[in-house]
Design a protein around this ligand. Structure first.
Ligand SMILES: [Zn+2]
Length: 257
């Protein structure tokens, strides 16, 4: 029995079964149609892959655009960076120029100040013996002077004391001066002359330029003297007899005496 039933299953189906099968077939067909439709849709979609490819292309172009934009952006960034670098370079150059101009101005101001200080120093007059005093006045009378009166002033100074030029000038005489002993005569820059006598030694030579305070020799007691001191004269010429008041002369040149 199980045999016939089993065989029966392989027999042609009954009408009902066929109808059912048929309905199922329609359903199957419908399904197929759907599938076909789906397939067709799929195909259509495939067919539409062109636009979609175009879309892809568009996308590629859009990627291209992005790249272009990126390149443009990079170029813009590079240009901006270059402009920034150029601006920085310009600013640096400007800062350097300003710093150099400032340094130059400062250097020039310093040089001007130094020149002014030097000019002032060179125009300054000082006493021929530092920290000394006048021991014998100008025009003082006495047998010791051949003219009958003192043609200069005497500064108290022990032998070997530094004797300095009272101002800037040129040595016009340096050597033995008779009653003056070893003496130095300097033509000052203002055209006047100064003379220094009784020196124990002379440290300048004729023609030498001297500045205020520069040592020209050492004091002593050479020539017609009773003791060591510095004999100082101010003159209008290099010669004996053209003497002027040395105290007034030094004071007129700013020396406190
Ligand atoms: Zn004297």
């Amino acid at each position: 029995m199980a045999f016939s039933r089993a065989t029966g299953k392989h027999r042609r189906p009954s009408a009902l079964t066929r109808r059912t099968a048929s309905i199922a077939g329609v359903a199957a067909l419908t399904t197929t149609g759907v599938i076909g439709s789906l397939g067709s849709t799929a195909f259509a979609a495939d067919a539409k892959t062109a636009p979609e490819d175009t879309g892809t292309l568009t996308k590629a172009v859009s990627i291209g655009d992005t790249l272009t934009e990126r390149i443009d952006a990079q170029a813009a960034a590079q240009e901006e960076a270059a402009e920034r670098a150029a601006a920085e370079e310009k600013a640096e150059a400007e800062a350097k120029r300003k710093a150099e101009a400032k340094a130059k101005a400062e250097r020039e101001a310093k040089e001007r100040a130094a020149r002014e200080a030097e000019r002032k120093r060179l125009n300054t007059f000082i006493a021929p013996i530092a920290g000394s005093y006048v021991s014998t006045a100008y025009k003082a009378g006495g047998a010791v002077w051949s003219s009958g009166s003192h043609t200069g002033i005497d500064f108290h100074a022990a032998s070997g004391t530094s004797v300095r030029s009272v101002g800037m000038g040129t040595v016009v005489e340096a050597g033995w001066g008779g009653a003056y002993g070893n003496n130095v005569v300097i033509k000052m820059n203002d055209g006047t002359y100064t003379q220094y006598g009784h020196l124990s030694s002379i440290t300048v030579t004729v023609g030498q330029q001297v500045t205020p305070g520069q040592q020209i020799g050492l004091s002593g007691a050479t020539g017609n003297v009773t003791g060591p001191h510095l004999h100082f004269e101010a003159r209008t010429s290099p010669d004996y007899g053209s003497d002027i008041d040395p105290v007034a002369y030094l004071r007129s040149h700013g020396v406190s005496i």
